[in-house]
Design a protein around this ligand. Structure first.
Ligand code: ACO
Length: 348
């Protein structure tokens, strides 16, 4: 069933500091050749000492609101997908609410690891579709660098920091936009293949132990390819569309080999798949809205285009959505894309 919801604003933020594969190779036993050939990643952005998921989320949200030409006081709900919040509580969403001056908004976080943005989008879309909210900010923001074991070459080379945001508003029957399908899946029996313990984990209680990502890379790789391919195919079918109708697939940016395998399974040519992980690494919940911001800023999307989102992460949690791109107001008004990814990388 089509949800009458459209994206009217989009923004992204990447911290200025980049960390290249060559720099990483000076810290752990790895190489640019190994990382790039296994993952497609060349570099990632790392949050500065004072940056957090909420400060980066604030930057992305401001750009999204500017591109929608919406005042922060007119936002009704803020939902933040993050597995790296500033603290256990309050929610990073409330810090962002204060930071952008969204004085009339409710705010809460959603944790579905790398699938966090899709889950937050799902929740936000229900508010708008039901009419209980007019404008919902959906943000993915992650400070993955703070939960990495920087001595574990199997994980520390994969992730980066950043934030992306979209504004959701009602799509009238005669307006472009609309979510054609959105499905979420989970399998908690595979929780041990990808996790990060925290201060409430019994084994860590009372200790000031650090929470680190622990991952069975090959198991996650296999599950990701199968889960993403099946969810994407189901989302396209549920939308009553075919792969030929998809103008651009914006998948979670974890590993280009996963993305290529999913595209092959769908018979979707790679020139209709957006990839920016070479410059961002895996930014978890931030990856899809960041990629969307870059796709919008670089003219990869035209009003009316059908977009396929597909996300996969710890949980295991995954899902896919098909929606119609309606464009952003300020880009139409000025003729130039205003959705921007700040802190542009210095190397390709
Ligand atoms: N540099 C050099 N060698 C390495 C590195 C590294 N950074 N990491 C591992 N190796 C070595 C291993 O020790 C192993 O050596 P050995 O054969 O002597 O034992 C060898 O490389 C092969 O290791 P594999 O784990 O088999 O390598 P693989 O080809 O599976 O690639 C990778 C590993 C890139 C992690 C891959 O499995 C993957 O991408 N999996 C999915 C991970 C993912 O997407 N996670 C995020 C999910 S989203 C979320 O919710 C957080």
């Amino acid at each position: 069933m089509r949800l009458p919801v459209r994206i009217t604003g989009v923004g992204g933020y990447l911290p200025p500091r980049t960390l290249t594969n060559e720099e990483l190779a000076k810290q752990v036993d790895t190489s640019d050749e190994w990382i790039f050939s296994r993952t497609g990643i060349r570099e990632r952005h790392i949050a500065g000492p004072d940056e957090t998921s909420s400060t980066m989320g604030i930057e992305a949200a401001r750009v999204a609101l500017a591109s929608a030409e919406v005042d922060p006081a007119d936002v009704d709900v803020i939902i933040v997908g993050t597995s790296t919040p500033d603290g256990m509580f309050p929610a990073s969403a409330t810090r962002i609410q204060h930071g952008i001056g969204a004085t009339n908004a409710g705010a809460f976080d959603v944790n579905a690891a790398c699938a966090g943005f899709l889950h937050a989008l799902s929740a936000g879309a229900q508010y708008v579709a039901s009419g209980s909210a007019q404008r919902v900010l959906v943000i993915g923001s992650e400070t993955m660098s703070r939960i990495l074991d920087w001595t574990d070459r199997g994980t520390c080379v994969l992730f980066g920091d950043g934030a992306g945001a979209v504004l959701l508003e009602y799509a009238g029957p005669d307006e472009l936009g609309g979510i054609d399908s959105l499905l979420l899946r989970s399998d908690g029996s595979q929780a041990s293949s990808l996790y990060a313990d925290g201060p409430c984990t019994p084994a860590l209680a009372g200790a000031r132990a650090e929470a680190h990502i622990v991952m069975d890379g090959q198991a996650v790789f296999r599950s990701a390819v199968t889960g993403l391919a099946n969810a994407a195919a189901d989302a396209i079918a549920e939308a009553g569309l075919s792969v030929d109708d998809i103008a651009l697939c914006i998948p979670h940016q974890a590993n280009v080999r996963i993305i290529q395998a999913v595209a092959k399974s769908l018979s979707l040519p790679m020139d209709r798949v957006f990839v920016n992980l070479d410059r961002t690494g895996n930014t978890s919940s931030a990856s899809i809205p960041l990629a969307l911001a870059e796709a919008c800023a670089t003219g990869r999307l035209q009003p009316g285009d059908r977009i396929l989102f597909a996300a996969f992460g710890g949980g295991l949690s995954w899902g896919a959505a098909v929606m119609q791109w309606s464009g952003v107001r300020a880009a139409h008004a000025s003729g130039v894309p205003v959705a921007r990814v700040t802190g542009a990388p210095t190397t390709a």
